[in-house]
Structures are given as C-alpha cells and as structure tokens.
Design a protein around this ligand. Structure first.
Ligand SMILES: [Zn+2]
Length: 269
C-alpha cells in the first residue's frame, strides 16, 4: 500500500477547509487536520521560463497524534494566477513531490525488527535510481521477514530457497507464487556482477512490484497478527470482567436470599 499524498495546497484566499481523513506517513493514523496543524506557503519562481507565473507551493503538516507529532512536507511547482486582491490560484501542476518523510515508505509497526525496516526503507529509497539494487534489497528483506516471522531456527538458516521450503506449508498459495517472483527477480539484481555477459537489468517499475509484495507481507503477517493479538486481549479482558460481575452477582444473591422467599440459585452455573 502506498501512502496517499494529501490533496493540493490552498487555492484562492488564505483560509481553507480542514483536510479530512489525512493519513500520517509516519504513524499511519487517519486524522483530520485543523488550521493550527497545517501551514501553506507559495514562493514565486523566476519569471523568464516558459512556465507562466511559476510558484513553489509548500504544504507542511504536523501529525496531531500526540504520540507522533512528526512533520510531513509536500512541495509542488505549478503555474498560477494572481488576483487583484493578492490571492493566488494554482492552475496546472508541473511537479509534485514529498520532501519529508523521504520516499514513499510505509509506516511499519514496532514488532518489525529494525534490520528489516532498514532494508525495506533502503529498497524503497533506491528504487527510482536502481531497479537492480532495489530488487536485491527486497530479496534480502524478504529473507529477513521469513526468518523473523516464522522463527526459522539457526540450523535451518542458509540459502533463501531452503528457508522457503522450510516454511512452505505455512504460506498460502497466492502469496507463495508472489514470493517466488520476488526471489527470482531479486536474484537477478543480487547477482548482476557475476553474470556480466548476460546482464538482465531490473527496471525501477519492476522493482516497485517487489516492494508492493513486501508491503503486502507486512500487512497480512505482522499487522494482521498485531490486530489479532489486540482483539484476543480485548476478548480475554471482557471475559474476566464478565466472570467478575457474575461472581459479584452470586455473592449478592447469597446475602439477599434469606430475605426473600425466592429459591437460591447461587450455586447454579
Ligand atoms: Zn503521525
């Protein structure tokens, strides 16, 4: 999953509506951005180019989640129209880019080990420049994920192929096929230097597909496991609470029973 780029910076005037359902690229929280959390500015660019009235628009947003509070910065170059009242209207977008956080890196939960996060992040950042390097990093990241998530014992660790065979029956067929593709394309990236007579390059677009699969694995394995653990904790807490209430009710029943003529059910389940 790619993090959504927020809607364009302000049009005419200085006030604007709150950004609804904005997703923080750091913590992944969906939230509403209010005036104080967001700053929009526009700087004029040199006027002699073919771009009519070009401006650099900068939008910065501080995540309102108190546990996060990180800054996201998007920049956009667009030609624009200046109105007599001084307001600026964006006409046509020429370039739009996220400046911070760097790259289109998916926020990962803390349960994903740091080494895996680092390799994933590098695979994303290098992808526009070198498809082969990115694919090789994705392959390494895949191996790290398999070892960590399936707790592959030390004596079974070695070649990616052998490790995959070890966990095959725990992986669904669709994901299994996708993993084979990451492995094969990653091999091409990882071993480019060994087969200089038969160089097969990996296009950045192809490398992006491998990153997409890694992100899918993070979702279906780590994030889903987190969600299940959390839900099962909630269910356990609910059960404890109900049992406690049941016990209290029984005890109250025991005390109340002699004062009424109703039969005593306190020992029934
Ligand atoms: Zn955040």
């Amino acid at each position: 999953m790619r993090v959504q780029v927020p809607p364009p910076a302000p049009q005419r005037g200085t006030r604007r509506m709150a950004v609804l359902n904005w997703q923080c690229p750091y913590c992944g929280t969906f939230t509403t951005i209010n005036d104080g959390d967001e700053t929009n500015t526009a700087a004029p660019l040199n006027g002699r180019s073919r771009i009519e009235n070009a401006h650099l628009f900068v939008q910065s947003i501080s995540c309102p989640n108190p546990k996060c509070g990180k800054l996201t910065v998007d920049v956009e170059i667009a030609n624009s129209k200046r109105y007599p009242n001084g307001s600026l209207e964006k006409q046509r977008s020429i370039l739009r880019q996220r400046l911070m956080p760097e790259g289109n890196v998916m926020p990962l939960p803390d349960v994903v080990p740091e080494a895996i996060r680092k390799t994933y992040r590098e695979a994303v950042l290098v992808q526009p420049i070198s498809g082969a390097a990115s694919a090789a990093l994705s392959r390494r990241c895949l191996q790290g994920v398999l070892r960590d998530f399936f707790q592959i014992p030390q004596n079974r660790r070695g070649e990616l192929g052998a490790e995959l065979a070890f966990v095959k029956d725990q992986i669904n067929t669709q994901i299994w096929d996708d993993i084979q593709a990451v492995r094969a394309v990653g091999d091409i990236g990882a071993h480019m230097d060994k087969n200089i007579d038969y160089i097969v390059d990996v296009e950045p677009k192809e490398a992006a597909l491998l990153i997409g699969l890694l992100e899918e694995l993070f979702k279906v394995w780590y994030i889903e496991r987190e969600r299940r653990v959390e839900q099962s904790g909630l269910l356990k807490a609910l059960l404890t609470d109900k049992r406690h209430l049941q016990k209290e009710a029984k005890e109250a029943g025991k005390v109340a029973a002699p004062m009424t003529s109703f039969p005593d059910h306190s020992s029934s389940k």
